[in-house]
Design a protein around this ligand. Structure first.
Ligand SMILES: O=C[C@H](O)COP(=O)(O)O
Length: 258
């Protein structure tokens, strides 16, 4: 199946309860059913709920093009890993994506580059597209951000390359200083960094698309134009109408630039 021209992904983090998650997903399913660009596959919509909601979310999205996945995945295949969830179980649950290395997991759970590289490899091995989150801690110059992201990307892909794995990867560029903020990073900054990130080399057989996350919301995708392959949304997609607006904006952008 061809890759969407624009990705719009939402991580629900731990904001919603179980029923709230399902209600929101039903609204998103209805949006997907009525929107031509989603139906035609030009816009790829994905949702990352909390683990316990995944089976019910799979049912809600069963007859829609909406993809879903997990907010994390275990670096090991199976065994004595209390509290973890394996890539193979996510695959059984029909997930198609696994988020890896979010700044909150690096901060709260001290995830390091070796764990992240193992999770990327484990995901690709089980047909899960990694949503790999990378971004600098402090705002600086775009060139510095690109260099730091390039290093982190190479580290994250090292194990997959070593194992000769193939697949597609969503590189979620998330400057840490813009996550949970009132507004995203400046447009010119995002464009400069993402233009650079899209030029980065990847191992043979691994394709990469760059999406921006960090207080993204309505209005941003059009301002970024063709510099990104989509958005990774958080709080500003909690209102289904806001998400619908962003889908409309992506649809207009597609007509303008692609
Ligand atoms: O996972 C999503 C990103 O961390 C962005 O979240 P946010 O838009 O709520 O800042």
């Amino acid at each position: 199946m061809a890759q969407p021209k624009v990705w719009l992904g939402v991580s629900l983090k731990m904001y919603f309860g179980y029923q709230q998650t399902l209600t929101w997903c039903r609204d998103v399913a209805a949006l997907a059913q009525r929107h031509p660009a989603i139906q035609q596959g030009d816009i790829g919509l994905f949702v990352l709920p909390a683990f316990p909601a995944i089976p019910a979310v799979a049912e809600i999205f069963a007859d829609t093009p909406v993809r879903f996945g997990a907010q994390d995945v275990c670096q090991a295949a199976n065994g004595a890993w209390t509290g973890e969830v394996s890539a193979s179980m996510l695959q059984e649950l029909r997930c198609s994506l696994a988020e890896i290395g979010h700044a909150e997991r690096r901060r709260h759970f001290h995830e390091d580059k070796n764990q992240i590289a193992a999770k990327v490899a484990m995901s690709l091995r089980h047909g899960l597209a990694p949503v790999l989150c990378i971004g600098e801690e402090q705002q600086g110059h775009p060139e510095q951000a690109i260099a730091l992201c390039a290093q982190q990307l190479a580290e994250a892909l090292a194990e997959a390359e070593h194992q000769g794995l193939q697949g597609s990867l969503l590189f979620a560029y998330e400057p840490q200083w813009a996550i949970g903020a009132p507004q995203p990073a400046p447009d010119s900054y995002i464009r400069a960094v993402c233009d650079g990130l899209r030029q980065l080399p990847t191992p043979q057989g691994i394709t990469l698309q760059v999406i921006y996350g960090g207080s993204a919301g309505p209005g941003l995708i059009q301002r970024l134009g063709g510099s990104v392959d989509g958005l990774f949304l958080g709080r500003f997609a909690h209102d289904p109408q806001a998400l619908a607006q962003i889908v409309d904006e992506a649809s207009v952008l597609l007509k303008e630039i692609r």
